[in-house]
Design a protein around this ligand. Structure first.
Ligand SMILES: Nc1ncnc2c1ncn2[C@@H]1O[C@H](COP(=O)(O)OP(=O)(O)OP(=O)(O)O)[C@@H](O)[C@H]1O
Ligand SMILES: [Mg+2]
Length: 407
């Protein structure tokens, strides 16, 4: 039987389905070949959560049919991304006594159990339990404690939870579109899987996914996830500001933004002019391109200021030696990198889904990092496979069992 894996990124702007086949071998460890994809607009979400079931189902159905046609296979199940400001990420830690003077895999399981034993409200579900680091007796910063001598084992972990109702709506939409949502993955975790390098995760990096309805943040340091957050602002707000500021239709504002918009006027010449379509049969107007920058820059600055507040509040702002990586469609706005460098005073680069070998050329764009990462994580049942995590094979399988128990 063929081993087909699929990923579904259901976003505020578009739904993207991506299908691959894993070569025969040990489980999912064989080479993966992308077979096809489908991208269609989605109007069923606001700020990252489903607000219109029918529109969302319709969008998923179309994306899946397109992907099935191009791939020549049926999509029955998929790893699905989830975002929205209902997502909460927090750190926790636990301590256990080591049995027999040497840390065994069971001790690691027990300490993770202890660390995740925090009260989680009944209306929330656990999406991810991500180990950060261990300490054996006084020795801190241990990545793999198995086999070490000691009497006390401590674990630090990052837990991500979602509001059950929002998660269930997403599952329901997939089911109605004929797709079983086998695993749900936090979208920025998937984007990071596709766009970040192992060295960046080790040195400290913040990945910021600026989409249509949300801006998602994930911070890595020492190879582990230190912080996650989802902010309810994105490219739709930029388009809205432009439509209001220029008194033009939303669709025209969107076109103007993607063609000529800028996040800062540093990148615009004084004499550059653009044509704005008139509303209700009025004549088009010619305006200075800098006017677009004047409207868009404050909003983009607001988004980055919110990101910065989040980084400072969570105590990770000083740990970003590799700076920021921007993904998501809105990172394509010209001058975004320049503006981010000014706001954060850190190196900033734009990320692409480079970690998925065989990613179709058309999808080699920052807005497809999420779906590429979801496909990479479909191989490991929703667990991050990058860098450090590989050493925790045993641990990972346990964690995924817990996560599955919560569904
Ligand atoms: N060239 C461009 N310049 C500026 N903005 C762009 C460009 N291309 C796309 N965008 C914007 O990117 C946004 C969509 O990004 P993306 O596809 O990452 O969002 P999404 O995943 O559907 O939404 P979300 O993740 O917020 O639910 C839209 O607001 C769109 O206007
Ligand atoms: Mg997105």
């Amino acid at each position: 039987m063929r081993n087909i894996l699929s990923a579904l990124d259901i976003g505020t702007s578009k739904t993207c389905a991506l299908v691959a086949e894993v070569a025969e071998g040990n489980g999912n460890s064989g080479a993966m070949a992308v077979l096809g994809y489908g991208v269609v607009p989605c109007a069923g979400l606001r700020k990252g959560v489903v607000v219109n079931i029918d529109a969302t189902v319709e969008s998923i159905r179309h994306a899946v049919v397109e992907a099935e046609k191009s791939a020549g296979v049926k999509i029955a199940a998929a790893t699905v991304g989830i975002a929205g400001s209902h997502i909460r990420g927090f750190n926790s830690h636990g301590i256990v006594a080591v049995r027999g003077g040497e840390v065994g895999a069971r001790d690691v399981d027990r300490v993770i159990d202890a660390a995740r034993a925090v009260a989680i409200p009944l209306d929330r579900q656990v999406l991810h339990v991500l180990p950060q680091q261990f300490a054996v007796d006084e020795q801190e910063g241990v990545h793999d404690p198995v086999g070490m001598a000691g009497v006390r084992l401590e674990a630090r972990i990052h837990i991500v939870t979602a509001a059950q109702s929002y998660a269930q709506n997403l599952v329901k939409c997939c089911e109605r579109a004929g797709v079983d949502a086998t695993v749900m993955v936090l979208e920025p975790l998937a984007s990071a899987e596709a766009a970040l390098f192992a060295e960046e995760r080790e040195l400290g990096v913040a990945l910021v996914d600026i989409g249509g309805g949300t801006t998602d943040i994930i911070v890595f340091h020492g190879g582990a996830v230190m912080h996650t957050a989802v902010l309810p602002l994105g490219g739709n707000h930029l388009t809205g500001d432009l439509a209001a500021g220029l008194r033009t239709a939303l669709a025209d504002a969107e076109r103007l933004k993607t063609a000529y918009g800028v996040a800062t006027n540093i990148v615009v010449g004084r004499d550059e002019m653009v044509s704005v379509p008139g509303v209700g049969g009025r004549e088009p107007r010619i305006i200075a391109r800098r006017l677009l920058g004047e409207i868009l820059e404050p909003r983009m600055e607001e988004i980055f200021a919110m990101v910065q507040r989040e980084l400072i509040r969570s105590g990770v702002a000083e740990a970003l030696a590799s700076g920021l990586v921007l993904v998501g469609g809105s990172s394509l706005l010209e001058g975004t990198q320049e503006l981010a460098e000014r706001v954060f005073n850190l190196p900033v680069r734009r990320g692409l889904p480079v970690n998925l070998a065989g990613m179709p050329e058309d999808l080699m764009k920052p807005m497809f990092a999420t779906v590429a990462g979801l496909l990479l994580m479909a191989r490991t049942n929703g667990r991050p496979a990058g860098s450090r995590q590989r050493r925790w094979n045993k641990l990972r399988s346990r964690v995924s069992e817990w996560v599955r128990d919560f569904f």
